[in-house]
Design a protein. Structure first.
Length: 582
């Protein structure tokens, strides 16, 4: 386990302090010993010189011993000893039991007998303790050196002086150590708070709180790290925001795709499914993700295709018929790596509508070919008949020319419908929108279609609501819509039956309806009757090119209205459209 910052710093603080205390102790103890030794030497010198002065007068006095004893008692410190020796080395006086000792050979005595002051530090031969000896010359009344006076004292006071430094030094060291430790604790505490602040912020950042930032740290040394963490957090927040945006964009794209998308992992479990896949495979979104692929698609061909892509590691694509409706799908399975594993991306494109539109296109081409071929054949037959001699018969020629004229009108109508539809779909038609009387528009169309109704033995009934408002419309365009709907209604209504036109107010619109009494339209065909080229059945195909209702739808939508059809087989059909009220 790593040590804390304090315990790492403590030896660095303690060791220099110990070294300083030791060096300082040695120096101070040495100086204390030197001072104590000098003081002791000075005291002994004073004692010896005082005793020497007294001994000069008492040396030849009969009361010498008494006088010297009295002088030593008054001059010597309680721990000092003194001895007086003649020049020949004989002992004259000793304050301690030293009479039997020969002092002449002592170095300090020899120095004193030579006229100087001698000193020596050595062990006492009597007590074995270390003592300081100091000797001075003893001069007679004639100022000649007649001997020497030696004073001595234990040197223990010198050692005690050096040892006396230890206690104050230790106390000072302890105080200094306490101050340094307190300072170290305070400094490391500030560092610890700064580091804890940095650690807390990084922990919250790792937990997803990307808005967290480090405030100004307690110590300046942590500021570069705090700035680095804040810059890292800014960069991380930006990258995560970009990642979320890209994820949302990708999710929007996937969810907006018209093609079904399934992402399957190595365990054949669906991990991602878009709404198109949910709709195609008739499942709920909660039942797709996390389910097995076969449980979702319920089609062995799709399952085998996905397995083949995963096993072979290459793209697989096939056209398949799917479901009870036999929808045509273009299924592509592509191996893809995600989350450190290999999966399969399954895309299913529904081609049913494209196939239906292609069939409609083919039917339209067939219908147009039929519509064009029939009048052209009639024209060709009439021309050939006229060339064959009928031209000489005025009545016959007139009849054939009339037929040619009718067929040419039919051809012109077909071509015009194609051109009009193309222009309306591409927005190249500018409608003259203005308030128009809805009742007048309807009556005009009915009046114009009336002769045709009479020829077919049909009755046209008109039922208009009272107070019918004007509509915003182009008169010619809406007239064309009404004529087309009325013409269709009469084509599919049996003789001696009726076609009805009604109009009523529906909110902000006027709703106009045209009802026939025909066979009706099958429910599966009803949603497609307004599509271009669409014809509900072959029996109706012979009566038009399938463009009229498509034209009606585009015209009504350009006016801001809607058009729709309602029908029951055997009960006829009703076509309704709305126009904005003025």
């Amino acid at each position: 386990m790593p040590r804390s910052l304090f315990w790492r710093a403590f030896p660095v603080i303690l060791l220099p302090l110990i070294v300083v205390l030791i060096v300082l102790g040695v120096i101070l103890a040495g100086r204390a010993r030197d001072n104590a030794e000098a003081a002791l030497e000075k005291r002994l010198s004073a004692e010896a010189r005082g005793l020497s002065a007294a001994a000069s007068f008492a040396l030849n006095d009969p009361r010498r011993d008494v006088l010297l004893m009295a002088a030593s008692a008054s001059l010597l410190d309680g721990k000092s000893d003194a001895a007086i020796v003649r020049a020949d080395g004989s002992l004259v006086f000793a304050s301690n039991a030293q009479a039997s000792l020969s002092l002449r050979d002592a170095p300090e005595v020899a120095a004193a007998l030579s006229g100087g002051e001698g000193r020596s530090m050595r062990l006492s031969p009597d007590t074995g303790e270390r003592r300081l000896y100091l000797a001075v010359p003893l001069r007679g009344l004639d100022d000649r050196i007649v001997g020497a006076v030696r004073a001595s004292a234990p040197a223990a006071s010198i050692g005690a002086a050096g040892g006396g430094v230890a206690a104050p030094l230790l106390i000072s060291g302890a105080i200094a150590l306490a101050v340094l430790v307190a300072a170290a604790l305070w400094i490391t505490g500030m560092l610890r708070r700064s580091l804890r602040q940095l650690a807390d912020v990084t922990t919250r950042l790792s937990g997803g709180a990307l808005s967290e930032r480090v405030s100004e740290p307690v110590v300046a040394e942590a500021e570069p790290l705090a700035l680095a963490i804040n810059e890292m957090a800014d960069s991380l927040e930006k990258q995560v925001r970009i990642g979320y945006a890209e994820r949302d964009t990708l999710g929007t794209i996937i969810n907006s795709m018209a093609d079904a998308l399934l992402l399957v992992d190595a365990g054949d479990i669906v991990r991602v499914a878009n709404p198109a896949a949910v709709r195609l495979f008739a499942a709920t979104s909660g039942g797709v993700v996390g389910a097995r692929l076969m449980a979702v698609v319920r089609d062995h061909d799709i399952g085998r295709l996905a397995n083949a892509a995963g096993a072979e590691g290459r793209r697989q694509s096939r056209h398949l018929e799917f479901g009870s409706e036999r929808r045509l799908l273009n299924v592509t399975a592509t191996p893809i790596r995600f989350e450190s594993e290999l999966g399969v991306l399954v895309l299913a494109q529904d081609l049913t509508e494209i196939q239906r539109l292609e069939a409609m296109r083919k039917d339209f081409v067939a219908n147009i070919s039929h519509e064009l071929r029939t009048p052209l054949a009639s024209v060709k037959a009439a021309v050939e008949t006229l060339e064959g001699g009928a031209l000489q018969d005025q009545a016959a020629a007139k009849d054939f020319l009339s037929r040619i004229n009718v067929e040419v009108d039919h051809l012109t109508e077909i071509v015009q419908q194609l051109l009009d539809l193309s222009r309306i779909e591409t927005g190249r038609v500018q409608f003259d929108l203005a308030p128009r009387a809805a009742a007048e528009l309807i009556r005009e169309a009915v009046h114009r279609i009336q002769p045709q109704a009479e020829r077919l033995g049909l009755q046209v009934n008109v039922d208009l609501a009272e107070g019918l408002p004007a509509v915003v419309a182009d008169s010619a365009a809406i007239h064309r819509v009404l004529m087309n709907l009325l013409d269709n209604a009469m084509k599919y209504t049996p003789k001696e039956r009726s076609v009805s036109v009604t109009a009523r107010v529906s909110g902000a619109f006027v709703e106009i309806s045209v009802r026939d009494a025909g066979e009706g339209i099958a429910s599966e065909d009803l949603p497609h009757v307004f599509e271009r080229f669409y014809k509900a059945d072959r029996s109706r195909a012979s009566k038009g090119a399938g463009l009229g209702l498509a034209l009606c739808k585009h015209i009504v939508q350009a006016h801001g209205g809607i058009i729709w059809a309602e029908s029951d087989l055997g009960k006829g059909s009703v076509f309704r459209f709305t126009l904005p009220a003025a």
